[in-house]
Design a protein. Structure first.
Length: 725
């Protein structure tokens, strides 16, 4: 067996958007592959070339170098855009793989002495014939700029590389001629799942694309009429410009990279005469030529046209334009809309594995689109036989009875097996009633793809983008009853599942979910409740997080309505965690829910309004964890829907986690503990952290584990920015 190890990674070229597979070297045995050592010295070990356009890009991946006759015998160079925890896990995984490949030739003394860790920018010097001289030469030329090590930015001058890198990793050297080592006191081989490295036969490396390439700001330049005559053919043009055009219908600033960007048009009720998806090429130093869509209105009425902007499989912006179709041909009038900020797509952003877009057309049909890698894989529309409102209310009533251990009549006690059976049946019924027959067929044909070949532990992510926020998408349980009888778990069990709103019903503005969420200032809203026995434990957890990560504590002294309103208006927090009781008002058209505060006060979801609160949400894009019963429920309202989700997410919040129904007190506290452990200590994404927390509180006799909804990107991560730097 060869010692060196490369594994394939499926990549997408940022220049031409072509998908291709390339080998990524993870372990290099110097004596076996001197050619790879030379590539490492040249800084091109992880350079990959697109076979379609010929452009070369640098991948960001860890690297283990084995040289038993040198000192030190093993070097580990972490990836440059990973967290400290990821570095430790990846080092352990690669050491375990090296040990397996060496077999009896492995020497325990190599791991007992600690692992030498070298930042990637200094790796060529460490592999030189005279490392000390190479380092002195490096220090004597130009200063070594900021070096990313384990996800943390270190300002490294020309002389010293020192300081504490992590809790158990100790730097023992200076640049100018001593040892360039960071000794790991302990490296143990264990479970390598979730490390970001696939090891084993048939495995595929889960290396994220971190291309070090420039970003460009481009402004949307859109021309679209506000009114047209019935059966009149009209044009909608979209371009991306280097300079802002004040005559554009909608002006938004997009942060993009060079290469292809897809524009997808959705115009329910209108006839689209061209392809619904067209491509704009972003040039580094020039405007992009416009794409033109031709449409026609066949019936008098008011419509909406949505233009979505996709790059590298991620939805980065969306623009909604109102259109009125008149009986008589009007004078042309451009539809000028106010400018709005757009979330940009960071370099290396990972798109959801599968996105399901569900929206209503003017005729009341539900339109389903399945999107993968930014490409619509399947689309269909269905007209529900009855509005789902009554069905959904009855479903939540049924769950409430199951929460109390009662049957549908509320009379007979059920055991845990019977409760689990009835929850499964509710998932089946949602699949039966809500999902179109042809979509079920498409799903059945592609369900084998939900797990990655050779890496059965990495689940796909599923993002449902829909304004149908009252539907419990998490509970849907797919199955097939034909000759090929099959079934899956609920969507929130099968996938790393998340939702997002297309937009708030009372506005034309679309807000894209952020890929990174900042955690620097935490506000804990924890009114005392004697009947919430586990609440003190959850409050203590938040205090520990604030202290451990040196976060600014923005918690009000007392959880009163006035204090919470003032905090929401002033901002200054980027994370809010609420522990309290929640109420849901199914019959109210003003607000759907309220949370209990001190002095028997409450704050209703309808309070999320006005320029100060909504302005702060849009400006700072904070995250919310509402650990309050029913906080995720949605009720009908004058504008379409009212809920904490529609008000917070629709106003600009970056994330919301809340239960759809009553959550058991001790399980709610446990959910928070596991969620934060995975998110902050294991570098899990939002979707992964919620999945881990959900599985940790799963009990067959209690539906709490199914209650939690995540509004956000499933692959979004949290960046901790404590006061200590």
């Amino acid at each position: 067996m060869t010692i060196s190890l490369a594994q394939p990674a499926t990549l997408t070229c940022p220049a031409c958007s072509a998908a291709f597979t390339a080998d990524i070297w993870l372990i290099v045995a110097a004596a076996e592959r001197p050619d790879l050592v030379e590539r490492i010295r040249a800084g091109s070990a992880h350079a990959v070339t697109c076979p379609q356009c010929g452009q070369t890009h640098s991948m960001d991946a860890p690297l283990l170098i084995f040289r038993p006759n040198a000192e030190p015998p093993i070097l580990f160079s972490p990836a440059q855009q990973t967290s400290r925890e990821e570095d430790e896990q990846q080092a352990a995984a690669l050491i375990a793989a090296l040990r397996e490949r060496l077999g009896a030739a492995w020497n325990d003394a190599w791991s007992a002495r600690g692992l030498t860790v070298v930042p990637r920018q200094l790796l060529p010097a460490a592999l030189a014939d005279d490392p000390a001289a190479a380092l002195r030469e490096l220090a004597g030329t130009e200063p070594v700029g900021p070096i990313e090590f384990g996800g943390e930015l270190r300002n490294v001058g020309p002389i010293e590389f020192g300081g504490e890198l992590r809790n158990d990793w100790k730097v023992t050297a200076e640049l100018a001629g001593k040892n360039l080592v960071a000794q790991v006191d302990r490296i143990t081989a264990g479970d390598v799942s979730g490390t970001g490295i696939a090891i084993g036969h048939g495995a595929q490396a889960t290396v994220h694309q971190h291309y070090h390439e420039p970003r460009f700001t481009r402004y949307t330049d859109i021309s679209c009429p506000r009114r047209v005559g019935v059966n009149e053919r009209f044009a909608l043009t979209i371009a991306l410009k280097m300079q802002l055009n004040p005559d554009s219908v909608k002006t938004e600033a997009l942060s993009v990279v060079a290469g292809k960007l897809k524009v997808r048009l959705s115009a329910p009720g209108l006839e689209l005469l061209d392809a619904a998806e067209q491509t704009i090429v972003v040039e580094p130093d020039d405007d992009s030529p416009p794409v033109v869509f031709h449409l026609k209105g066949r019936a008098v009425g008011r419509y909406e046209i949505t233009a979505q902007f996709w790059q590298r499989g991620n939805l980065i912006a969306a623009v909604v334009m109102p259109l009125e179709v008149l009986a008589a041909q009007p004078v042309f009038e451009a539809a000028h809309l106010p400018a709005a900020a757009v979330s940009f797509l960071p370099t290396g952003a990972r798109a959801p594995d599968l996105t399901l877009v569900v929206q209503r057309d003017p005729e009341g049909r539900m339109v389903f689109e399945a999107v993968r890698d930014g490409i619509v894989q399947f689309t269909t529309a269905t007209r529900l036989k009855t509005e789902p409102r009554a069905f959904i209310d009855q479903l939540y009533d049924e769950i409430g009875l199951l929460q109390r251990g009662r049957d549908s009549a509320g009379l007979r006690r059920l055991d845990s097996t019977q409760i689990a059976d009835r929850l499964r049946d509710l998932g089946y019924r949602l699949w039966d009633r809500l999902i179109p027959a042809d979509f079920k067929q498409w799903y059945a044909q592609h369900r084998a793809e939900w797990r990655v070949t050779g890496d059965q532990d990495r689940r796909w992510s599923l993002l449902v983008q829909s304004n149908e926020a009252d539907l419990p998408w998490e509970l849907i349980r797919p199955y097939g009853s034909g000759s090929d009888c099959w079934e899956e778990g609920c969507w929130c069990e099968t996938f790393h599942f998340a939702r997002w709103l297309l937009r708030r019903p009372d506005t034309l503005e679309c807000v894209a979910p952020p890929l990174q969420i900042r955690l620097s200032a935490l506000a804990a809203i924890t009114p005392p409740h004697a009947d919430l026995a586990a609440a003190p434990q959850e409050r203590d957890l938040l205090r520990v997080l604030i202290a451990r990560h040196q976060l600014r504590d923005r918690s009000p002294e007392r959880a009163t309505e006035a204090a919470l309103r003032a905090l929401l208006e002033q901002g200054g927090y980027d994370w809010m965690h609420v522990i309290t009781h929640g109420r849901f008002f199914a019959a109210s058209t003003l607000h759907s829910g309220a949370i209990a505060l001190e002095n028997e006060e409450t704050l209703a979801s309808s309070a999320i309004t006005g320029p100060r609160i909504r302005g702060a949400l849009r400006r700072e894009r904070p995250a919310f964890v509402l650990n309050a019963c029913h906080a995720g429920r949605v009720a009908p309202a004058l504008s379409g829907a009212a809920s904490w989700a529609t008000e917070l997410i629709g106003s600009g919040a970056g994330m919301l986690i809340a239960p759809l129904w009553s959550a058991r007190d001790d399980l709610a506290a446990r959910f928070s503990a596991v969620f934060y452990e995975a998110l902050l200590n294991k570098a899990a994404s939002l979707g992964e952290a919620v999945w881990y927390a959900r599985m940790a509180i799963r009990e067959d006799g209690d539906p709490t584990w199914l209650a939690y909804s995540l509004f956000g990107r499933p692959h979004a991560t949290v960046t901790v920015q404590g006061q200590g730097g």
